[in-house]
Design a protein around this ligand. Sequence first.
Ligand code: BG6
Length: 482
Amino acid sequence: MVSRIIPVDLFDLIIFGGTGDLARRKILPALFKRFCDGQIPQGSRIIGAARSDMTMQTYQDFAKEAVLAADDAPSHTAKVDAFLTCLDYVKIDAMGEEGWDVLSAKLDTDRVRAFYFSVGPNLFDDLADRLHLHKMVQDDTRIVVEKPFGRDLISAKALNKALSSRFDETQVYRIDHYLGKETVQNLMAVRFGNMLFEPLWNSQYIDHIQITVAEEVGVGGRGAYYDKSGAMRDMVQNHLMQLLCLTAMEPPAKFDPDAVRDEKLKVIRALEPVEPHHLVRGQYAETASTQGFREDVENPQSKTESFVALKCAVQNWRWAGTPFYLRTGKRLKARDSEIIVAFKNTPHSIFGPEAGQHSNELRIQLQPDEGITLKVTIKEPGPGGMRLLDVPLDMSFAEALGPDADTPDAYERLIMDVLRGNQTLFMRNDEVEAAWAWTDPIIQGWEARFDVPKPYDAFSEGPIDAMLLMQREGREWRKIAE
Ligand code: BG6
């Protein structure tokens, strides 16, 4: 099954921080892939803007290296040179005057204009100011901002205020790259495109939901950032929150930006505060061959968590009584992200107590090896009476859709959505603030308790307390990468 490519309108995309890590690893490779698929109309321009002393030629060299080094770089490298002709570069000072007139002179008025703020949030204000000062903002101008969008409610509100004083909310695209992942969007397709699941999608039939985003990697070269952030701010407040919202939300009336975001917002606002005994923080320890967290962040006293597990409750009609368990961490056993919808046991077993307790489980595997598995109970084949067995009804998307199925990187989808003007997969200001309003008291709570994260073995399932969090309630996490 080959995807249908609909070209976007002619555009100028300006990447502030165009020589940075995100541009190199994600933005430029994503644009190149879209270019190879014919989605970028001829004449569109991608302008890197940064402090570095580069020329158009050296920027093109930088971009060439970046797109060819990407994990899933298209094999038709012959297109690289054609792609490079879309690229230009402006040396610019976000906090001074250098380069702004040059940039302004390069832009055309008759096309979509998008400014990608691939820079720290401390520069958002300056960039927004200068874009206005130099009259570069038109009606169909869009700006793209990355996480971290604040580090608490106060700072998120300040960022929102800074942006809203210069741009309409319909012009602001806050990226959470999890929303661009193909399988995360599939969550909505599975829920709202099938009659099968939705009638059962509530506390009457569902015992609990678990959401795991496990990473095998440690904090790598991002120690300084991560030590100030931790798993709660880096992953739970945004990515896991989005997965929770898409799993728990009511069906929106239609698949349009505000309809979807209104429903997600209602979920966040219905979240109960998290009790301290429903929260586990962890920090990975060293192994013979890998450093521990404290060495990675170069802070021997660090009390920052590289792992969080928590139980939370969405207090509304649909979910009252069904707990949601979230967990995420670095240096775990494997890279494995999934959502488990654990259904309740049948109310009565007609097969008698010896048949045991059985329940269905829907597993949505987000990465790697995207797919869906439904655990169903059947009769164990053969003689010897009625014995029951749980077996998986397995659908790996790669197998079902064939080798030509396209699984674009999240950034490909999201950047094209910016250019198309579709905000459905981007976070709205009130959504981000509501997520911080829920997260802040959790963080303030552990700070006030001087909580120290529990050490856990690198490449394990996380701290033992995370297992106990569920076991105490007669439940179990699914084993990572099982
Ligand atoms: C980022 C976090 O937002 O998401 C990283 O800052 C994390 O710490 C990454 O590793 C995970 O993304 P993915 O797409 O690899 O699951």
